[in-house]
Structure formats: structure tokens, C-alpha cells
Design a binder for this molecule. Sequence first.
Ligand code: PDD
Length: 286
Amino acid sequence: MRTVYVNGDYLPETEAKVSVFDRGFLMADGVYEVTSVLGGKLVDFDGHAVRLERSLSELDMACPISKEDLLDVHRELVRLNDLDEGLIYLQITRGAPKDRDFAFPDPKTTPCTVVLFSQSKPGLSDSPAAKTGIKVISIDDIRWGRRDIKTVQLLYPSMGKMMAKKAGADDAWMVQDGFVTEGTSNNAYIVKGNKIITRVLSTDILHGITRAAVLRFAREAQMEVEERNFTIDEAKEADEAFITSASTFVMPVVEIDGVALGDGTPGRVAPRLREIYLDESRKAAV
Ligand code: PDD
């Protein structure tokens, strides 16, 4: 059985409890991070900690736990759960006031709720999907306007994932005003020749920690990177496509809305970037 972390305590998962009045539960008033673990070490912990702090401050929530303590909790969960490959999920909500109320509670009397748990995923870095590539469909992006804040409002992304499954695909790319924003839980890229194209950072998308690392590695490997909007039609005509996230690293996309990209196999750029990303991440993990 997993050991999880709730507000300072390490508990068996069946004994961990959060109030029915918790604002994460009632109002999706909370933020989260997902950090990958490779070889028992945390990938890009600093990047996730910095983004967490930003998400909290954008929502006027005070960070209840220091970066150093957060790192200790992550490491302790890796140790207690004997985690080799997988993820650490972290969620901080605006806590549990005495009753349901739209107004934010006073943080002095209602402390934030902090929950972390591990997800063991043996073989995550050697996923069969990375060899064959995944299929995506396009759907309208009807999410709220602050997607740069990593909130736990994930209903529409979940629905998008189900629409993809129903269509026989693996994931959905969301489209706003004709342009691709991002995947349900990942950033989206196309490749033309040697050029990697991905949407610019704004409040329209989550600023992926994997995105930042992958673009840095791509530039270091002399690949050309262009940050600009692209349409689904342009994507269908691309040589390659891929997604990035803490849970998929770099994952080739071989089909968009039923149209195969190139010869329908992962191609050259995405697999190379995946290899570089995994090598460098293992080296830098803490
Ligand atoms: N999702 N865009 C969205 C909407 C996401 O939810 C995520 C991450 C990303 C990629 O960010 P990063 O590279 O920092 O993981 C982009 C996580 C993995 C999740 O919800 O499980």
C-alpha cells in the first residue's frame, strides 16, 4: 500500500483524509504539479517548484511550505514507496473553511491543504507508445482564460481525453481561433524539415517545464525552434509532430484527425529529442 503525505503527516493511503469542505473538492480552488522520477530521482524539481510558487501567487494563495521542505517531502515519498520510475503528484488547495462560501476564507484561520502522493510507473521511460507514436484528434478549446496557472480544474481536459478514446485516438489537441493551443495534458509541437514549431507562451497555455527543457536541448543540438501559432491543417501537413509533459517526456504524434503524418511512423526529430531529454534529465535529476 502506498504511503501518502497530507498536511505534514505520512500516512497509508487508506487513512489519508481531506475535509468535505475543502475548496479543492468544492470549487477546484487549488493548484498542482506533477514531477517525474527517473532512477529514484526527481526530474526538474526546481522548475516545478518555481511554477508552483507562481500558480499560488496568481491565485493569492500563500505558499504554506518552503521549497527545501517540499524537496524533502518529494524525496521521502520516493524513499517510503521505493519508487524507481514514476511520478510525484502534488496538490495545494485553499484549505477547508467551516462552510461553503464563494469568498476566499481568511488564510490565518484556514490553512492550505497540502497533499502529495507517488505513482509508480515502471517502464515509463521505455514506453511502447514512444516507439509507435500516438494518435490525436482536434477539439475546441473551451477552457478558461488562465491556462498558465496549473489549477486542478481538469474536467474539460478529461472530457477531451474521452472524446479521443471514443474516436479511437490517444489524446486531443485543443484549438482556439483556428490555432492549436496544447494537448489535454501536454504541450504540442510540429516539425517541418529541421524546424520545430510550437505555440508561444502566454495565458493561453501551460508553460511546460518539459517544454522549456526540450527547447533548450533542441537549440543546443543546433535544431531550429520557432515559437508561433500553427493550425491543425498545417499540423496535418507537417513532417512530424510530438507532445511533451512530465508524464510522457517527448512523445511522437503520428496521426492527427485520421491523417497520417509523413509515413505514419515517429520520424527523426521527436525520437532524437526524447533520447536527449531522457539522457540529460537522468544526469540532472536530484
Ligand atoms: N500535465 N499543458 C497542460 C494543459 C498540462 O496539463 C501539462 C502537464 C503540460 C506539460 O507541462 P509539464 O511539461 O510541466 O509537465 C502542458 C501534467 C503532466 C498532468 O496533468 O498530469
